[in-house]
Design a protein around this ligand. Sequence first.
Ligand code: SF4
Length: 1619
Amino acid sequence: MSGHRLVTGESTSAAVAVALSEQVYTTKRVENASERNVYGTKTQVQTVKAENDPASSFVGTLNQNKLGSALISSDSLVSAIPHLYNIASSQSSFVVHVSAENDKKKNTFGDFSNVMAVRQTGFALLSSSSVQEAQDLAAIAHLASIKAATPFLHFFDSSRVAHEHTNIEKLTNQTLANLISGEEVEAYRNRPQQSNNESTYARYKQRKAQDSQEDRVDVYKVVEESMVQFASVTGRHYLPLEYSGHPDAENVIVAMGAGATVVESTLQALREQSADAKIGVLKVRLFRPWSNAELIKVLPASVKNIAVLEPSHDYTSTWNPVFLDVAAAYQAAQKDEVEIVSGQYGVDAADFTPAMVNAVYHHLASGNLKRRFVLGDSLPVTHKHAINVTPESTQQFVVVGDEAEVLSAFDQLKDKKIQVYTVKENGASVSHVRIAHASTSPVPSLIDHADVVILLNASANVPAAIATLKPHGHVIINQNADAVSGSVKKAIAAKKVHAYTADASALLKSKDVTKFDASTKVDASSWSSAKAEEVKSVSAAKAAVKESDVLETPYIKMLDQVFGERLSIANGINAASVWSPDTQSANASNPEFGYGKILAQNQQRAKFLADVEQTLNNTELPEALHKTLSQWLLVAKSAGSKPQQVTDAAIAAENVLEQHQTEASVQAIIRNKEYLFPKSNWLVGSDAWSYDIGQSGVHHVITSGENVNMLIVDTTPYSSDTEREQRKKDIGLYAMNYGSAYVASVAIYASYTGVLHALIEADKYDGPSVVLAFLPRVHNAANPIEILQETKVCVDNGSWPLYRWNPALESEGKDPFALDSERIKKDLEAFLDRENHLSVLVAQQPDLAKTLVSSVEADVKKRHEQLKSKAREDYARLLSGLSGNANGPPVTILFGSDNGNAEGLAKKLATKGKSRGLKVSLMAMDDFADIQELANVTNVVLIVSTAGQGEFPSNSREFWKALNNLAVGDIALQDTKFAIFGLGDSHYWPREEDAVYYNRPGKLIDNRLEMLGAGRLVAEIGLGDDQDADGYETGFSAWQPELWKALGVADIGTDDEPPKLTDDQMKIDSNFLRGTIAQDLEDESTGAISEINGKLLKFHGSYGQDDRDIREERKKQGLEKAFSFMIRVRMPGGVSTPEQWLVMDELAETHANGAIKLTTRQAFQLHGIIKKKLKPTIRGINQSLLSTLAACGDVNRNIMMNPNPHVPEVYDELNDFANKMMEHLAPKTNAYHEIWLADEMVAGHAVQDFEPLYGPTYLPRKFKIVIAVPPNNDVDIFAHDLGFIAIINDDKTLAGFNVTVGGGMGMTHGNKKTYPRPASVIGFCTVEQAIDVAEKVMTTQRDYGDRTNRKHARMKYTIDDRGLDWFKGEVETRLGYKLEAERHYEFTDNADRYGWTKGLGDKWHFGMFIENGKVKDWPDLQIKTGLRELAKWHKGDFRLTPNQHLVIGNVPEADLERTKAHLAKYKLDNLSFSSLRLNAMACVALPTCGLAMAESERYLPTLVGLLEGTIEEAGLREDAITIRMTGCPNGCARPYLAEIAFVGKAPGAYNVYLGGGHKGERLNKLYKESLKEEEILAEIKPIIKRFALERTPGEHFGDWVIRAGYVKKTITGTDFHEL
Ligand code: SF4
């Protein structure tokens, strides 16, 4: 063993491993690698790379029966899971010593998360809490592992134990030899070997099934015995679970690892203060196997409160593992009176200190326990908890400088206990040193009362090290006080301690650092004004990457879901290792390994079939046996049998075989009865398998013809520019070329159903199948939104095509090839056609494959290149046409544009320039290929808008980068003149300090060009401001004449442009909403339709959109945007029949992106419909008797209504009213029928329509009507133009309605002229009057609404402009009678109601939670499938709710249980969410909504998750707080009525609003602007915590934030902006 006296936990456990193993695998340097082991041989030490899946090497020892061990860090554990299962299932002696790393490197204790992740693998888990234990328990682990033939995982905190240097009582090889008995080793070697025939997965399942309590107790006992044996040899006693403290303790802490030692030290100090303190600590050493009985036995019966403290960084997990085990033990013992709470340390604080432990004991004694807390956060630690646990005689000092120098100074110091622990501060080593009495065990926490700080490195920037000094402590500066950094000087001055200079190295060597020369005191009087250095931290960024590393592969989950018990994964690989950097380990994970197993299994099964066949020839076989076995054989051999049929027959056969166990002729069948059951055999691998396909196991599988399924997960993002020849996609083509393999290329984030199809087809296919599955890992992280975006880009651009090739279909006369990627269908079909011709040749000469089979990607890219150059040619031609006759000066107009404004303006300028005879060239800045060319441009005009936080638009970034890189002298611009016009919004960033972002790109270019020596055409940059009366036009019309003047063409031509078509004119010209939509639909040259038709299309229920996730990529490819359409269905009250549901389900799958969105307006919405699918989709919807007419547009839109009134007696009447009103207010044009439903072509102007209510100009803007049924305001009555509040008589009949007018949500950021407004009640009307009232309100708005400014056109502005009384009067005049006075009503909330309620006539309703209304299948939750299957037999209806959820309505009593069982089967009955989640709502936003400035629907669930922890800790899990998010201020999810609202401002940034009324009755108010996630959490969490403490009974969050002064109360729309 090592000659040093000071050792670390890591070095000492390594020494034991080497002494007690024959083979050691290590990812670390091992000092004593050359030593002999106690068995008399030299230990083989093999270094393995941490990033190369080190655990794959361990498996090698299993077959050699060697005593093995490994030294790794916990980083490697997760990827080792499959191997650990494998080792555990082999029942080998193998010890893995693990230092539990702390990813964040911030905390000095370990993070046990990764260790906890492997607690189910079957390894015994032993934890050390000090360096001494790291040595001793290492030995005990080896000893017990041999005795129990069970692998052990021995772990300890990486930083604290692994790297703490201390002197311990060392184990000699002789002592170790005394521990291990030769007979036991012999017995271990002679144990019966396990069969290796089964897959790891099967063995794991088997082991799990066998994992009985008895087994666990056995290993527990072996550990206990080993500890006793260890004590007898060394005198050091250990217990698997060790209690210390008061024998009648009431408050106990349970802890593990180094943290447990801190608790122990503190407990000791507290008990010294008060021997009566009824406190204790339980140190968990053996965590697996876990014994409930032992835990209860060890802890005093008097215990009342237990805090389980665990080190973890996981804010989101609700309960930690040790806590769960302790709680379960007490529950099993029916000791419910014991309060158990869960605490975390190591989350934010850098250390785990005695003060923290003291705080926990205080908390336990307080009687008011928090179920879950984070130390230093939700459980505050204050000065009153400070406690000294260090004996007076202990010297404590801190040395800044080389750790080696410190170690060498104290290494040989005798008769003392030395503890040296080093942390980093701003790159400098800071060693915390304790020198104590030999018998003490110093606390493993950082020093906070140092006697002396020694600056060996005088210039180190270490103010925190100075802060560790006790009052009147000393600082010793090595030689030169002038070298001391500013921060340290400041810290010394602040701490008011004295500093001295000395030869610090010599002082250290003297071993008594208090003996310095006091006459060298430094004059530090001026140090308080020293300037502190800036410190940059890179660790946070690194940690961020690391944090998201582990993600389970959803494909494995899907395999499990689809095949369940039938699933057999033959190679030792699972989700984690697919994500691991390298899965090409030599054994378990490669395809050959599993392939051999599957072949063997297939052969065994064939033999089994033959055996059964032969047995059936036995005429004496009992009849029952004969019958069931024959039936089984029949289905098992029939190609058409479904797996379930075979399974059913197998279960029957198994039962009969059991009854005839003694029958001699079936013994062989009974022995192998597992082969009765059909298996789905899979090999799962990563794209690493794609290298050398021709030589690999993949090649064997494909060419074998055997029934083997391969799932190959590719994690490489294909949109990166990396060239990938012969990569994974070629496996697909390679396999297809053999003709006889099933091949599918799928992507779970593009089409879940596609993956399902492929897995099921592959399983069914009798031959080799290859399923290529895409799961890109972007930027080394696994962020679901990024994966989604990357997947879409790749599917869209053809670099990851979605297809299925099923040769079995050929024999059925069907097309074997199905391409699921719509956009590239044509390209790919042509491409594959070509490939098909080659396939015969390839099949004959496989080696040619690599050269002949070029990738699809290359082909598509080439095509895109061609398109791009064609576009350039066209452009050049256009230019020559444009400027062919020009004789004026040349002008190059460059634009940088994100939303089209700058581009539009540039084009306008180009047209005008041309009409003035200028030679104009126009292009996006990034198309200006060579920046040096600028020197040859005479006049350049740059039009640039402002993106995000003062950023450049995406098509100008390269240009700016190149320009910005030029220094003066790099380019000669003396002959170049420039003019710049920028577009921005001066109020977009209203904070003063953010003013720099206004028009920043334009200003930057302006400065740069001037600096580089270019001359100015126009004296000053032109600035367009969205805040100006006419938007950017105001600035542009002032700047433009200056430009023409400068170019000398001011008097030429005119600026006359055709007047801009107003929306009303457009409507008039459209011939009642026809426009030229029909012609546009026929135009295949573009996926879009014209701007005007796009506006008209809204009236037909559809919007044109483009997928913003892939906008950039398509732009790069030279392609037009990925245009598609959204279709919204009009369905009053959100009611759909099961048949209509099935139609929507089918249309979503065949024509849209697969998902159905339930919207905030109780309507179905389908997204991602390409142009040519628009007509069949709308037609399909109409055939199911739903319509899309007037679902959008300037008309009355879908009418909303409470879907499940608490007064069911009025539901039908209200529903009828909603339908009649909808019908009455619907547009009457025939255009809808002509364009979408009639088979003949559109009649155009030949038809003359008549719109009795709307006239040819329809309404100025959209118009929304809702019906509310108190006390539930789920429809948000105050958010709509017109509302009817049902007034119900005592006898449950409908009396009539209170009428509300003038509600509306939309506004524009920073534009105070726009605001949300809550509706006003104007009176009461009867049921009979209501439709007339609706008509008159709507026509009043039709006639008086502002038609000149769409931003001011909603009815709320008409009412505020003219006054509510005027409006009411006008309506009453039109009605010819007065409305009655409003009647009493009361709302309680504006949320949906969940769960079962009984209606009339034995009908039931179930309110189901569907997060953000997204009906689609997820790996864990098959919402869409579940609802589809329900719709096939459900006899009631489906009702969409106003908050985007669903009511399964009118379930007959007779179907109640069946419905409940169905919902439970698909987990659709799960309502156990926090109230926060149940009351959260988000709009669609990105990627489809063109107006979205930030994520909404895809992000809100995450944000809610981040707040849930605080909500739970504050005890608010059951308290409803309305929380809403939208991607822009348009307000589709009605955010301004929420108690907390987030409104998108820029990517990742949101305006936060607080104080909305809980009943949806009051608007909220802006609280903070443009907050990013971290800032949101920092702001909102403390408010939530305060609310929990300060609210009065029944007080809602929205009311409280006003009372607490966070925001002012908003009375109505006009004071919304008054902060
Ligand atoms: S609120 Fe804005 S981002 Fe959200 S869907 Fe509506 S328009 Fe789009």
